[in-house]
Design a protein around this ligand. Sequence first.
Ligand code: HEM
Length: 417
Amino acid sequence: MSSPSQDLARLVSWESRPDPYPVLRRLREAGPFTTGDGVVPVSGYHDCRTLLRHPAMSSERERARQSPTRRGPRTRNFLHLDPPDHTRLRGLVAKAFSPRVVQALGPRIRELAHGLLDEAADRGSFDVVADFAHPLPVRVICELLGVPYADRRDFLRWSAHLSAALEPPLPGLRTPEVGAEAARARAAFVAYFRDLLRRRRDDPGDDLVSGLLRVEQESDRLSESELLATCVMLVNAGHETTVNLIANGVLALLRHPAQLAEVREDPELAWAAVEEVLRHDAPVQLVTRVATAPLSVGGAPVETGDLVLVLLAAANRDPAAYPDPDRFDLHRDRSTPSLAFAAGPHFCLGAGLARLEAAIAFELFADRVVGPRPARDTVEYKPNVTLRGPRALDVEFDAIRPARPEPGVGRASRRAG
Ligand code: HEM
């Protein structure tokens, strides 16, 4: 029997990367507890959902007692801000992610996904991560923001460093080198956007960056540093997570070939696949909050300045919320929403877009890739604990069928939201 603190250390260690779920189950069964240095892991569905909506839970990481930088937010990125700044900044970009706007992107997303499958067919090999799950959301977020796709090599590198800095400050996860790399990446990203904004000022487009630039110039609702931080965050949030949703989902379908066949037969099931992957193998495994007042969760005391680890991936497999939670099942009752996109004021702004991209990816993969099977028995995961996804996913196949003619607005582009 291991103690909850040992289980938390195990969750962080490499050995849990292929399958963190046994450790998450033990943490959930142990209930919330406080480690010696003010970290409170919380893993039950009810507790996580309650905390995500609790007014004493701050998203400003610097307020944590163990924060390396306690001087206030380093960036004006609204993911890590509280109201009223959070509300103001989120409000400025929310329209760009409305169901109507997202729905209109469907045909273009289908076109991009078809193109990637055509390329794999020509090549005769298919790494689902590098050739499909990664380029699709990167291209989509670039087009939405008005960021040249040709510049991706640089910003993808910076993005990877910023993702590493999303890890909670637990031993072994946030070394000083990780922080220093992230700071350098953030500075390079900001310099890149400063240059892009200069160009957009002279030659605006109908993209989100040009729209935000207008707000910055014409009102006092957005400062330049907030504009830059928002752009960096949107590029990052817009792809790192969706790559993992698509890759985790294709992997789950390959491991459940009967359910993959069902998606092939009934493309509407691609939407159920999205929800089940989000629940069963959450791309964002945890989010953090800082207590701004003392409170109690599941009987455990939380002190002001404690860092709360909201273990979304554990909550999504809580048997109190989902019967037989470890089973991957497209036909599961969906009346209890998973916490994969969090809940409360920071509920993922891109949830509709992510769902649409993944539903299209699953539908077209099921329809066009004939006889797919994993090329290897084991899957190597990326190093992060917070953002979970395979590093590569080589798939063998008998053929990749040509695209069927699309009947105007295609199937998995109708629902968004
Ligand atoms: C599968 C894909 C995705 C997953 C699992 C995901 C998950 C999440 C989660 C868990 C949060 C809450 C963070 C917190 O409470 O601390 C969040 C916030 C956010 N996500 Fe996503 N996300 C995904 C895709 C996207 C996409 C495509 C975008 C588009 C740009 C996006 C934009 C955002 C933004 C802007 C926030 C901050 C919201 C706020 O602070 O008010 N996400 N996401």
